[in-house]
Design a protein around this ligand. Structure first.
Ligand code: ADP
Ligand code: ADP
Length: 228
C-alpha cells in the first residue's frame, strides 16, 4: 500500500530532513510514527499525501510513484489519502456540513449523493446536531471529529494524521483514537505521527521511531487477546 525506497528529503542544501528511509506499510495496517521533535515525522507524512516529493528515492502509494505524478494525477492521491492535523485546519467561515462536503465537491460528486454521504459520516462522528455551526463554536474534540469526517467521507484507502490528539484532553483523545480504530477495522490503512506515549502504549500497534531523519527502531504489532 505504502512503500518508501531509500527516500531522502532536503528542504535546503545541507538541511536533510529525511536521510535514507526504507519503509513498507501493508494494506490494512495501523502504524504509529514517533520520535523527538525535528525527527522528520511531519516531513514523512507530507510525502504520503503529495505535499512534498522526495529529493531522492521513491514513494509508492498503491503502486503509483508519487514523484512522477503529473498534476492531472493528483486527484488519485486526493481520493486515496485522507489527512488530519493537530490544529484541525477547518475552514473558519464555513459550516460543519460545508467543511465535510468540500472533499466530495472537489471529487465531482453530485449534490444529492454529497448530502447523503456527508450526513452519514457526521452521524458516525456524533456530529449530526451541529451541521449548521461554524468551527469556532465547537470544542477541540468536536473540531477534530469534523476534520476526521472530512478526511474519511470518501472512504480513502489511507488515513494520515499528524499529532491528531495534540490539542485534546484524555476523553477526546480516546474518542478520536476509537474513530481511527473503526476506520482501520473497515479496511483503511492508518498512519499516525505522535509524541503521545500513552496513546502508543494503549494501542499495541506497529511503532516506527524516527530520529534525525532515520528510522532507528521498529516494534511490530503486539497481539493482545480480544483486541484487533
Ligand atoms: P517532526 O515532525 O518529527 O517534528 P519535521 O518533519 O517537521 O519533524 O522536521 C524535520 C526537519 O526538517 C527539522 O529539522 C525541521 O526544522 C526541518 N524542516 C521542516 N519543515 C521545513 C521547511 N519547510 N523548511 C526547512 N526546514 C524544514
Ligand atoms: P504541521 O505539522 O501542521 O504540518 P509544522 O508545525 O510542522 O506544521 O510546520 C508548520 C509550517 O512551518 C510547515 O509549512 C513547515 O513546512 C514549516 N516549517 C517547519 N519547520 C521549519 C523550519 N525549520 N524552517 C522553515 N519552515 C519550517
Amino acid at each position: 500500500m505504502i512503500q518508501l525506497h531509500n527516500v531522502f528529503l532536503a528542504y535546503q542544501k545541507d538541511a536533510t530532513a529525511l536521510n535514507g528511509i526504507n519503509l513498507r506499510i501493508e494494506k490494512g495496517e495501523f502504524v504509529f510514527l514517533t520520535g523527538p521533535s525535528g525527527a522528520g515525522k511531519t516531513t514523512l507524512l507530507r510525502l504520503l499525501y503529495g505535499a512534498l516529493t522526495p529529493t531522492r528515492g521513491q514513494v509508492l502509494i498503491d503502486g503509483q510513484n508519487v514523484s512522477r505524478m503529473t498534476p492531472s494525477q493528483i486527484p488519485f492521491l486526493r481520493r486515496s489519502v485522507g489527512v488530519v492535523f493537530q490544529d484541525f485546519k477547518l475552514l473558519p467561515n464555513r459550516t460543519v456540513f460545508e467543511n465535510v462536503s468540500i472533499t466530495l465537491e472537489v471529487l465531482g460528486w453530485g449534490r444529492a449523493d454529497i448530502g447523503k454521504k456527508v450526513m452519514h459520516v457526521l452521524k458516525q462522528m456524533g456530529m449530526e446536531s451541529k451541521i449548521a455551526m461554524t468551527p469556532q463554536r465547537l470544542s477541540g474534540g468536536e473540531q477534530q471529529r469534523v476534520a476526521l469526517a472530512r478526511a474519511l467521507v470518501n472512504d480513502p484507502k489511507i488515513l494520515v494524521a499528524d499529532e491528531p490528539t495534540g490539542n485534546l484532553d484524555d476523553a477526546n483523545k480516546n474518542q478520536i483514537l476509537n474513530i481511527f480504530k473503526e476506520a482501520n477495522v473497515r479496511g483503511t490503512t492508518v498512519v499516525v505521527a505522535t509524541h503521545d506515549r500513552r496513546l502508543i502504549d494503549n494501542c499495541h500497534k506497529r511503532l516506527v521511531t524516527l530520529s534525525k531523519g532515520e528510522i532507528v527502531e521498529q516494534v511490530e504489532k503486539e497481539s493482545t487477546p480480544g483486541e484487533s
